[in-house]
Each structure stands twice: as C-alpha cells, then as structure tokens.
Design a protein around this ligand. Structure first.
Ligand code: ADP
Ligand code: NI
Length: 217
C-alpha cells in the first residue's frame, strides 16, 4: 500500500471506531491533532508516516472510557496496522506514541522517547488548552456530571496517577491540575510558541470567570 492509501484507510478506521465517542475525544479531536502534527512536524526531523498514524490512532480506546484499561488502544492499533501490512518499524513507532502520549495528573516522567512522540504529544496537548481546551474540559465535566466550580474545593496539585483517574473535582480545578501546566511541558519550539497564546487565553478566561462569580462585572 502507498502511504496515502495507508493514511486514508486509517482515517476511515478511526472515524468508524469513534462514531459514538464523547465530543471531546471524537473524530474532530483526532482531525485537529492530525493537523497540528503536520504543522509541528514541518520544523522537526520525524518519520511523517509514524507521526500521522500515531496522531490518528492515539485515542481509539482511551482508558478513561474503558475502565482504566490501558492495553486496549495499543492492541487495537497493532491489529489494525498488521492487517495493513505496514513495516514492523512503523508499527513499533506508532505503538510507542499511543502508549506514552498521555499524562495523568502531575505525572510527566517519560520512560520512552521518540521524535514522533514529541510532535504528536505537543499536538494533543495543544488541543487541551486555549479556547478548544476550555470547551473540551467543560464538555468532559458535563459528560461526567461534575460541578463547574466550587469555591470550597481546592485543586490538588500533587495527585498521584490513581487519584487523578478517580478525581471527581469541579472542572475549574482541572485547569490547575493539568491545563495550565501544559505550556511548560511542550517538547518542540513550534509547540511552545502555539501554547503561549492559548495559555494566555485560559488565564484571561479564568480572570473573567472569577470576576463574574464575585459579581464584579
Ligand atoms: P489525555 O487524553 O491527553 O490523556 P486527558 O484524558 O486527561 O488527556 O484529557 C483529555 C481531554 O479531556 C482534555 O481536553 C481534558 O481537559 C479533558 N479532561 C480530562 N480529565 C478531565 C477532568 N477531570 N475535568 C475536565 N476535563 C477533563
Ligand atoms: Ni487526544
């Protein structure tokens, strides 16, 4: 199969896999991450097939929606790619991305590195911040029936992985527990630059949110 055919087949597979996905982790999230991956990759030395397939397949079975099981996504992706007959090198690069892209709570330590992971992780993180990141956070909070904000519940800045997974705190807390930390964790120069503006937008948003909550504006 030519590369374009591999990509087209993967797009069709992912669209089908995600047809019932929650709105923050649906095909449109994947499409944005894919576009950002291509943008960031322009200035990086990466295998574009691995990076694109990693972007397309990174959320096909998010553990959040599979009782915390983190093995389903990589396994599904591997089975799919084997049937497309891509090389073993491409498969292991893609699986490396899927297994290591996510961060839970304050846990940023890396047990695996690749230039393709660095790019796709930045692309995924960009979609978690800025205006779209805000929309996704509140959408997810609604999906999970969380409070929007509760002045009596402080953000927990030092959660371990298990606590993060079980966390049921109000959505505003998630900004402090994750979203505002992402700017400082970008891997690439392009990612860092794009994160700046999106980060600033979240800060302005939060200022306005508290001003309205107090009744100041
Ligand atoms: P990743 O998929 O990169 O591991 P997450 O699953 O933590 O990251 O988050 C994916 C999306 O879901 C992000 O937009 C994030 O803001 C949102 N999200 C995850 N957990 C929460 C939460 N507790 N409250 C609000 N939004 C959340
Ligand atoms: Ni994602």
């Amino acid at each position: 199969m030519r590369e374009e055919e591999i990509i087209a087949a993967t797009v069709a597979f992912v669209k089908d896999e995600l047809k019932h996905a929650e709105g923050g982790h649906d095909w449109w999230h994947i499409e944005r991450v894919w576009k950002n991956t291509l943008l960031i990759a322009k200035d990086e030395n990466v295998n574009l097939l691995i990076a694109q397939l990693g972007a397309l397949l990174h959320d096909i079975a998010d553990s959040k929606f599979h009782n915390g099981d983190e093995t389903i996504g990589p396994l599904k992706a591997r089975t799919f790619l084997e049937q497309l007959q891509v090389t073993a090198e491409v498969i292991s690069g893609v699986i490396g991305i899927i297994e290591h892209i996510s961060f839970k709570g304050g846990h940023f330590e890396r047990s695996y590195e690749s230039p393709e992971l660095a790019v796709v992780q930045d692309a995924d993180r960009l979609d978690a911040i800025g205006a779209i990141g805000i929309a996704r956070a509140f959408h997810y909070g609604g999906f999970k029936d969380r409070e929007i904000y509760n002045p009596g519940i402080a953000p927990d800045l030092h959660m371990d992985r298990e606590t993060y997974k079980k966390n049921t705190a109000p959505t505003i807390n998630h900004f402090y527990e994750k979203l505002l930390l992402l700017k400082g964790r970008m891997n690439t120069d392009t990612g860092k630059k794009l994160a700046e503006a999106r980060h600033r937008f979240m800060e302005i948003y939060l200022e306005q949110f508290y001003a309205e909550w107090r009744g100041d504006v």
